[in-house]
Structure formats: structure tokens, C-alpha cells
Design a binder for this molecule. Structure first.
Ligand SMILES: NC(=O)c1ccc[n+]([C@@H]2O[C@H](COP(=O)([O-])OP(=O)(O)OC[C@H]3O[C@@H](n4cnc5c(N)ncnc54)[C@H](OP(=O)(O)O)[C@@H]3O)[C@@H](O)[C@H]2O)c1
Length: 406
């Protein structure tokens, strides 16, 4: 596998991931996976700004929003969950075909599009993401779990099928922009910023915080899973792993700093002591647009970011937020540990939101998952079984925690 980190120098014709930079293009044909969600709807805002065409939409169960999107964009192909297929089919505009389930989402992912935005969250986003890569598409990757669970496998697909990746996550988009044109041998460390979430300043004891409090993110409006992950700092842990696999950088060279204003998205430390940063409003439409157009920067209809005010940086508190430490531990353990950790977190977050698991129980479920990790690196065919096993064990850990609750 080519590793740009170890290249003697960055060629100006290549991006920081070692991929050839594209020539500037006009309006794009987009396929949007997860179109009714936070990233999906913001992608459609960008499509509206830039006059792009939408050729495919894939969503889950939100029939009303999906139908309204199909009405607005008139794509030839739409995918949804089989349970809502009847509600969607009868309301689609003429010329739009409906496909269902994971195979349907994979069909949208593989269709003839200039960019596929992969924004189905969690492990279930992996199959459609892989389908887009196998079709040789440019994938704007929001589904960080694909990188976390299958980073080397994802890169192998990119290289085998001539696909391309650009990151949507604001921190990774920030790193990508900051590294562009830099000789990588000059880079000492990548720094991801974290808002710190709603509990950055308190309470000291997080065991009794409610889902409602945890969902009240101070800066970003996101789907529920990623919002809870931001409150535990596990999202930053996933992003550390995503950065390690995406930029192919050792974990020791990835730092996290808490920056409550969420205006500095990422920084790069260089060996000469300089630090470069990427700064922008906390609006996901900007990294989404960059992932579609990089390295071009078409104008956006937003007010410029004011520079006045206090911007602060703090060390993350790994005692109150042990989920971040668990992610580093999984990265160091390697093998199937990141897959297990990701699965356990999906179970634990769902149990916190719906099942009465205390907020602090989430990190305990993560630690339990790490106890069962194996060192062999999984192949594509192993992932589903590892994910299922980790989910079963995490459900047991949740049940134990609930039995032992006061
Ligand atoms: N939101 C952010 O600001 C942000 C920032 C960085 C990275 N990310 C990453 O981007 C991804 C998406 O996050 P999000 O916040 O946009 O999530 P979200 O708001 O929960 O939206 C999820 C989308 O995926 C669809 N979906 C769920 N299961 C599906 C399935 N099995 N097949 C097809 N579609 C399915 C949902 O459809 P229905 O709603 O119709 O069921 C919805 O359109 C995640 O990996 C997240 O970590 C998000």
C-alpha cells in the first residue's frame, strides 16, 4: 500500500492522502447516502448553492423527507428501508425508481455519479461505502466508522478500483487543507480540536446526566449518535482512529486539544516549530463543500467569520472522559479492537438514550469490549461476525450494568 507519510516529499499534483488532485470541474452529479440526515440535508444545501445535480438518494425510514427530496431533485434512483417502501413508492415523481434495503443503498452508491457522499452512520454505512469504492467513485466520506473499522481495507479498495477519498469530518477536512502542498516529512503531529461537548465545564460527576442534557451540544447540530459521542468525547476518539487510518500516521503523532469555540478545526505541528491551522465557522456545509470540490473553493452565501473574541485551547480530561482513552487503547491494540469498540459504542449509546444505561456506563461498556479484542487484522469477510459478537457482548455488559444499578 502506498503511504504518503513516508514519501520523500509531497508532489504538488497530489493531495495529502497521496491521490492525484483533480482538474477543476463544473457542476457535479451527486449521490447522497444518508440524504435525510444531518450531513445528507446539508449536502443538499451545498448542491443548491453550487447548482449540482442529484442523481441518487439513499435514506432509511424518514419517508416524508425522502419524498420531498425526490420531488425537489428528481433523481433517477432512490433507496429506502423496506418497511417504508410502500409509503415512498406511491409518492415518488415520475422517472424516479425505488430500490430498498442495503442492496438498494449499495445500488445508489455504485451509480454513475461524480461524487458519492457516504453519510449513513455506523457500521451499517460500511457496505454502501464499499460499493461506491468498488465502482471507482470519488467518495466524500462522512461515515468515519468505515475508516475506523476497515481503514486498510478501504485504502486497498481505493487503489484497486481507482476510487478517490476526501474527508467530510470537519477536523479531517481541516487537516487535509492544512497539509495540502506541505512536504510530509516536515510534519511532526496532527492535532484535532474537540469542542468538549456539553459537559466540558461540569458537572464533575457525570453519572446522573440525562440524554436530554447530553443531546444539547453547544456548537454543532448533528444526528443523535454522533451528538452523544461528542458528549463522551468518544467521537474524538473515533476521529483519532479515522485520522490515523486516513492519513496513515502513527497514533503517537495524533493529538487532541479541546477548543470550545469550534472555530479552529485542526492544526498541524511541523518539525521547525511552526503550527498551521484551518479555521472556519462551525458549519458542516463548508467541509462538505470542500470534500466535493477540493482543492477548489467556490464562494458560499455565508457571512465571513468575525475574528474578534476569545479562542481558548485546553488539554482533554481523560478521567472524566475515559472514552477518548479507550479509542487510543483500541488503536494501539490494533487487530479487531477498533471494530469491537465501534460496535460496543453503538450499543451503549442506544442503551443510554433509550435503555437507562448511565452516561458513565458507556465507557465501561467500551472497556469491556477491549477485553475481548483479538490481534489478527480482520478482512472484509470477518467484519460482520466481529461486529455481531461485539454487539452481543456489549448488550450483556449493558444488562449487567442495569442489574447492578442502585
Ligand atoms: N452530523 C454531523 O455534523 C457529522 C459531522 C461529521 C461526521 N459525521 C458522520 O456522518 C455520518 C452521518 O451522521 P449524521 O449526523 O448525518 O446522522 P443522522 O442525522 O442520524 O442521519 C443518518 C442518515 O442515514 C440514514 N440511514 C440510517 N440507517 C440507514 C440504512 N440502514 N440505510 C440507508 N440509510 C440509512 C438515515 O435515514 P432516515 O433518517 O431516513 O432513517 C439518515 O438519512 C456519521 O457517520 C457521523 O459520524 C456527522
Amino acid at each position: 500500500m502506498r503511504c504518503p507519510w513516508h514519501d520523500a516529499g509531497m508532489r504538488s499534483s497530489h493531495d495529502p492522502l497521496g491521490q492525484p488532485l483533480p482538474a477543476e470541474s463544473g457542476p457535479l452529479r451527486l449521490a447522497v447516502l444518508g440524504s435525510t440526515g444531518s450531513i445528507g440535508t446539508q449536502t443538499l444545501d451545498v448542491a443548491h448553492w453550487q447548482g449540482h445535480e442529484v442523481v441518487g438518494l439513499a435514506a432509511g425510514r424518514n419517508a416524508d423527507v425522502l419524498v420531498a427530496q425526490a420531488e425537489r431533485w428528481r433523481p433517477p434512483l432512490v433507496a429506502c428501508d423496506p418497511d417504508v417502501a410502500d409509503a415512498v413508492r406511491s409518492r415518488l415523481p415520475p422517472g424516479t425508481r425505488l430500490v430498498v434495503g442495503e442492496a438498494g443503498a449499495a445500488e445508489v452508491a455504485a451509480m454513475d455519479a461524480d461524487v458519492v457522499v457516504a453519510a449513513i452512520p455506523g457500521f451499517r454505512g460500511l457496505g454502501p461505502t464499499r460499493a461506491a469504492l468498488r465502482a471507482g467513485r470519488h467518495v466524500a466520506l462522512a461515515n468515519k466508522e468505515a475508516m475506523v473499522c476497515a481503514g486498510p481495507l478501504v485504502w486497498a479498495e481505493v487503489e484497486a478500483h481507482g476510487a478517490r477519498l476526501t474527508p467530510v469530518d470537519s477536523e479531517h477536512a481541516g487537516l487535509y487543507q492544512t497539509l495540502l502542498g506541505e512536504p510530509l516529512e516536515g510534519v511532526a503531529a496532527l492535532v484535532l480540536t474537540a469542542s468538549g461537548g456539553p459537559f466540558r465545564e461540569g458537572p464533575a460527576d457525570l453519572s446522573t446526566v440525562t440524554p436530554e442534557q447530553a443531546l444539547a451540544h453547544p456548537t454543532w447540530r448533528m444526528g443523535p449518535k454522533v451528538t452523544i459521542d461528542s458528549a463522551t468525547l468518544f467521537n474524538k476518539g473515533l476521529e483519532v482512529l479515522e485520522a490515523a487510518y486516513l492519513f496513515r500516521v502513527p497514533l503517537e503523532r495524533i493529538e487532541v486539544v479541546v477548543h470550545p469555540q469550534s472555530l479552529v478545526h485542526a492544526l498541524v505541528r511541523f518539525h521547525d516549530g511552526s503550527i498551521k491551522a484551518q479555521i472556519g465557522p462551525h458549519d458542516m456545509r463548508l467541509p462538505i463543500q470542500y470534500a466535493l470540490h477540493a482543492p477548489a473553493r467556490p464562494p458560499v452565501p455565508l457571512a465571513p467569520l468575525p475574528l474578534e473574541g476569545t479562542w481558548s485551547f485546553h488539554r482533554p480530561d481523560l478521567v472524566r472522559f475515559p472514552a477518548l482513552a479507550a479509542a487510543y487503547a483500541a488503536g494501539h491494540a490494533g487487530g479487531d479492537a477498533p471494530v469491537r469498540l465501534n460496535a460496543a459504542d453503538e450499543v451503549a449509546v442506544a442503551a443510554f438514550l433509550d435503555g437507562g444505561l448511565p452516561f458513565t456506563g458507556i465507557a465501561r461498556v467500551l472497556d469491556d469490549a477491549l477485553d475481548h479484542a483479538e490481534t489478527a487484522a480482520p478482512g472484509w469477510d470477518d467484519l460482520a461476525a466481529i461486529d455481531a459478537d461485539a454487539r452481543a457482548r456489549a448488550s450483556e455488559a449493558v444488562a449487567r450494568a442495569l442489574r447492578n444499578a442502585p
